[in-house]
Design a protein around this ligand. Structure first.
Ligand SMILES: Cc1ncc(COP(=O)(O)O)c(C=O)c1O
Length: 451
């Protein structure tokens, strides 16, 4: 079976092994993205509109969710990876490597480090020296190594909420989450520096995790905000661990400011964590990197990290992406920015019981579903289901009830905001082909009109 075909809803569902629902909803095509006027069918040479069937590959986003929710699940918009085929340069490089049929231990070649150095310099003006770099088997293991390097067991680690759930699980491997909630003012998230000041002042706080662009709320933090944050952390002797894995996803009119581009004294108090895996859809290759301009920080991390672990195919994929992936990434950024413009306009104008701010960065939209939660009595249902589960079980949240309701009525899966400590919110992954996005939004629209 070819993985590529023109989008036809019925044949898509059929090929996917999922029965089409009788009385299906029409697709939503009325709103076109306007922001940058980029045509999706011409120009870049990359056809991101192509529906690429991932079902049957054991992928978490599709197969994992179909296993969990059954055939009612039609379009998963949860797990943060994308449905697009990778940049051709990546496939070419991997094919070439696979022709050599030995996969023994490998050193990290200078050419790999150079690809990271050059990508960051070329695209963001960030100056990194080779010896500042350290590979890690995915970003979170690198972050955990840094937490271990800078914190005694049991220390508090400050992070902002709503926040990426992987931070929760990583911090809990020996440390305690200290929450610095973001403030939502008229639907826009901002940092609460008064609260942060109090949290950082505690004796058992040594590290702060920054997420820029921010998963899940989608902010690209500006230079003034980052500087204020950095000065506060420096004043309290708290090291900034900057997770910038979403940095290549910046929507039209927005800017990503690398932490390593701030003033020198702030940069010296930081470690940055990045990866080609999010940008180029290589998450299962398990290849990420970190760097710091502070050599002492890097040697402390190397002393506790799993530094010997490198994945040969992961490195080759990342290097090919960073050396030859500029055009693909440029085209993808336009496409995803248009997806975000389209989705936020459609949700706000045409879907009842939910709303959405257009994200500045990431390919994630953060939806306000408070009206839906109210409408379906999700608070009461969640409380009853939690009580029925018994005291040792995890709480059922209203957002989980909304998640289930959406799957049952529309076939679309969003992630419950409670997973990110975001009450009344859900996260929608926009890293998918536009025809499928239109289909998903049309389905949600139909379900919400009946709610
Ligand atoms: C902010 C952030 N950091 C880290 C990760 C995970 O990265 P990795 O799979 O390389 O550990 C994700 C994945 O969604 C993420 O959104």
């Amino acid at each position: 079976m070819s993985n590529v075909y023109r989008f036809d809803r019925r044949s898509f569902l059929k090929q996917a092994g999922i029965a089409a629902v009788a009385g299906s909803l029409g697709t939503a095509t009325s709103i076109q993205a306007q922001e940058n006027g980029a045509s999706r069918s011409s120009g870049s040479g990359y056809n991101f509109d192509e529906i690429y069937n991932r079902i049957g590959t054991d992928c978490s986003k599709w197969d994992g969710q179909i296993e969990r929710w059954g055939e009612q699940l039609k379009i998963p918009m949860g797990v943060a990876d994308m449905d697009f085929r990778v940049a051709p340069a990546i496939t070419d490089a991997l094919k070439k490597r696979i022709d050599h049929e030995v996969y023994g231990y490998m050193a990290v070649p200078d050419s790999y480090r150079d690809s990271i150095v050059n990508w960051n310099e070329r695209r963001y003006g960030t100056v990194i020296e080779r010896d500042m770099l350290q590979s890690s088997p995915a970003l979170l293991p690198g972050l955990l190594a840094a937490l271990r390097a800078f914190n005694p067991p049991g220390a508090k680690v400050v992070m902002q909420t709503p926040g990426y759930n992987g931070f929760f699980s990583t911090i809990r491997k020996g440390f305690v989450i200290e929450e610095n909630p973001l403030r939502e003012v008229n639907g826009v998230y901002e940092m609460d520096f008064d609260d942060l000041d109090r949290k950082l002042a505690q004796d058992d706080v040594h590290t702060f995790i920054l997420c820029n662009p921010h998963n899940p709320v989608g902010n690209c933090w500006d230079r003034a905000t980052l500087t204020e944050l950095g000065e506060l952390c420096a004043r309290h002797n708290v090291i900034v661990l900057a997770d910038e894995i979403h940095c290549d996803f910046v929507n039209a009119g927005q800017e990503y400011v690398p932490y390593a581009n701030l003033a020198d004294d702030l940069v010296m108090n930081s470690v940055t964590f990045k990866s080609a895996s999010k940008s180029f859809n290589l998450a299962a290759f398990k290849d990420a990197y970190m760097f710091s301009h502070n050599p002492e920080f890097m040697s402390r991390i190397r002393a506790v990290g799993d530094n010997a672990t490198v994945n040969s195919l992961g490195m080759i994929g990342s290097q090919a992406a960073l050396e030859d992936g500029d055009d693909w990434m440029d085209a993808l950024q336009v496409y995803l920015s248009d997806n975000a413009a389209y989705a936020s306009a459609f949700i706000n104008e045409q879907i009842p019981h939910m709303s959405c701010n257009r994200p500045e960065g990431t390919y994630l939209a953060w939806l306000n579903v408070e009206p839906l939660i109210e409408r379906i009595g999700a608070v009461e249902t969640a409380a009853a289901e939690t009580a029925a589960r018994g005291p040792d079980q995890d709480e059922v949240t209203p957002e989980m009830i909304a998640e289930r309701y959406l799957i049952e009525t529309s076939g679309v899966k969003l992630n419950p905001g409670s997973a990110y400590w975001g009450s009344g919110r859900m996260r929608m992954n926009l890293g998918l082909a536009r025809p499928l996005l239109e289909e998903a939004l049309g389905r949600i629209q139909g379900a919400m009109q009946q709610a």
